[in-house]
Design a protein around this ligand. Structure first.
Ligand SMILES: Nc1ncnc2c1ncn2[C@@H]1O[C@H](COP(=O)(O)OP(=O)(O)OP(=O)(O)O)[C@@H](O)[C@H]1O
Ligand SMILES: Cc1ncc(C[n+]2csc(CCO)c2C)c(N)n1
Length: 311
């Protein structure tokens, strides 16, 4: 867990925290990946059903946008069932759910299978501990290469940034597990400079930090509707997925005294508190390509996922 307490400034953009769709982030940062060891995004697959063929567009997209993939225990069974060609880098958990056949298959493909028997943390937590280790290794490697480079040039600057974490399968199952996923968001998002995203096929969610201006740029906003879904199997092959336009702001862990937004159909102007038992913002709508939020307390931002044609 070394290095887990370190929080670095997001993107060096004047303290603004930027949240973007995975593909958008991918496009902007692909060029900055220099070696196969560079990690910008880590995918964690949980033990939740993955829609069968023709495709599970949300998983496909997150798989494509990640450089490192971890299955949380029984998440490996789901991936194996979905597509045996998808080989994760690691499987981690207490391993009470991992099937023998699945374990043997992935071990045969050099996947690291790691058991942590602790019964005070769940398998998502165990996977997130590994993300911290990957982050620490990436930072150390980048620092080492910067130090090396510094011997030949004086203009090199460090570009290390925490990896983005995508958690797939976070919603739609047991309520205590869903709540554990949200609890993990509150616990771990600060450690990854707030770049931790929960996903299912229908929904995404992330945590907006207190007292930092947040900018959210998602695939769909009101002026940009997705193509209508289709039942045609051939068309489905060419469908992707994006976030919006329906969204929500949820003060899950505590009352939010003040929140100011722009770019939503029902914007908040900082004068009304949000709390369970009072106001919560659900069925809101993204109206601009960028939504801004400044909040006195951390709040969950959530958006629906819709299918679209692959660009
Ligand atoms: N029914 C479910 N609903 C939502 N999430 C789930 C569900 N089952 C599993 N998960 C997620 O997948 C992870 C791996 O699940 P797995 O079934 O392998 O372990 P578990 O023994 O059920 O859960 P854990 O040991 O983590 O409490 C869990 O940590 C959790 O995040
Ligand atoms: C207060 C408290 N509540 C529940 C558990 C049980 N628990 C939490 S995570 C986990 C691991 C499941 O793989 C288990 C069994 C605990 N330890 N402490």
């Amino acid at each position: 867990m070394s290095g887990c307490g370190i929080v670095k400034t997001n993107s060096g953009n004047g303290g603004v925290v930027s949240f973007t769709s995975p593909d958008l982030f991918d496009q902007n940062h692909a060029a900055s990946l220099t070696t196969h060891n560079d990690v910008n995004s880590i995918l964690i697959v949980l033990n939740m059903p993955i829609q069968p063929q023709p495709q599970s567009p949300s998983l496909e997209r997150l798989w494509r946008c990640s450089q490192h993939r971890i299955c949380a225990d029984g998440g490996a069974n789901r991936l194996y069932q979905y597509n045996k060609e998808y080989i994760p880098d690691r499987i981690r958990g207490d391993l009470d759910s991992l099937n023998e056949e699945v374990r043997a298959y992935y071990e045969g493909h050099n996947v690291s299978v790691e058991q942590d028997p602790c019964q005070d943390t769940n398998d998502l937590d165990k996977a997130l501990q590994i993300c911290c280790a990957v982050q620490a290794t990436t930072n150390t490697e980048q620092e080492a290469s910067t130090t090396c480079a510094a011997t030949t040039t004086t203009t090199t600057t460090t570009t290390s940034r925490p990896p983005r974490i995508y958690v797939y399968g976070a919603f739609g199952g047991r309520f205590d597990q869903e709540m554990a996923s949200f609890a993990a968001l509150y616990k771990w998002a600060p450690r990854f400079d707030w770049q931790m995203y929960l996903y299912s096929e229908e929904t995404c969610a992330f945590l907006l930090p207190a007292d930092r201006p947040c900018e959210i740029q998602l695939t769909f906003y009101d002026g940009k509707e997705p193509d209508q879904p289709t039942d045609d199997a051939e068309m489905m092959e060419h469908l992707s997925v994006g976030e919006g336009p329906t969204c929500g702001l949820l003060p899950l862990a505590c009352r939010c005294d003040s929140i100011t937004t722009t770019g939503l159909k029902w914007d908040l102007d900082g004068t009304i508190a949000m709390e369970f038992g009072g106001l919560v913002s659900t069925s809101n709508r993204i109206m601009n390509d960028v939504v801004t939020v400044t909040t006195s307390h951390p709040v969950i931002f959530t958006a629906e996922l819709q299918r679209c044609k692959t660009p």
